[in-house]
Design a protein around this ligand. Structure first.
Ligand code: MG
Length: 172
């Protein structure tokens, strides 16, 4: 049994912050503002995974009012979400991410991003796609006020001892 999930996120670009995308630090004069490391692409991926399993969203799991997530490494949050899905019998099949970003150019970092996510999701490299696009100067992202990301994933269900061959329910 397969399911699909989608996720979207956007964060504001500010001075004095590191720019982290898909768990990779990208050299840039500004970084994304957020309670955690503000890794917008990993956040979109997390929401896609939670969406596929109908397990809520990132804000519900990791509230930005909770001091333990201040400055959090979003890859660690992704690890926790992969483990949560696995505990419900769901395994990741593939992921496809589009980062919407006017500057900087992300092409030199795409392979590192795919490797980082594939290792975290425990899937082969060819099951993780990361793409980047600009919006040709249009709107807030075009004015470089922020960066957004879209993610789509598929997950498949493996019978686990906890669910003994039945379709899992989310309250289990
Ligand atoms: Mg976010």
């Amino acid at each position: 049994m397969f399911r699909i999930g989608t996720g979207y996120d956007a964060h504001r670009l500010v001075e004095g912050r590191k720019l982290v995308l898909c768990g990779v630090e990208v050299p840039h004069e500004r970084g994304l503002l957020g309670h955690s490391d503000a890794d917008v692409a990993t956040h979109a991926l997390i929401d896609a995974l939670l969406g596929a399993a109908a397990l809520g969203d990132i804000g519900k799991l990791f509230p930005d009012t909770d001091p333990q997530y201040k400055g959090a490494d979003s890859i660690k949050l992704l690890e926790a979400v992969v483990a949560l899905l696995l505990s419900k019998g769901w395994r990741v099949n593939n992921a496809d991410i589009t980062i919407v970003c006017e500057k900087p150019k992300l092409a030199p970092h795409i392979m590192s991003m795919r490797e980082r996510l594939a290792a975290t999701l425990a899937v082969p490299l060819d099951a993780v796609s990361v793409k980047a696009t600009t919006v040709e100067g249009m709107g807030a992202i075009g004015r470089r006020e922020g960066i957004a990301a879209n993610a789509a994933v598929t997950v498949f269900w493996i019978a686990s001892s906890a669910t003994s061959g039945r379709t899992p329910r989310n309250d289990e």
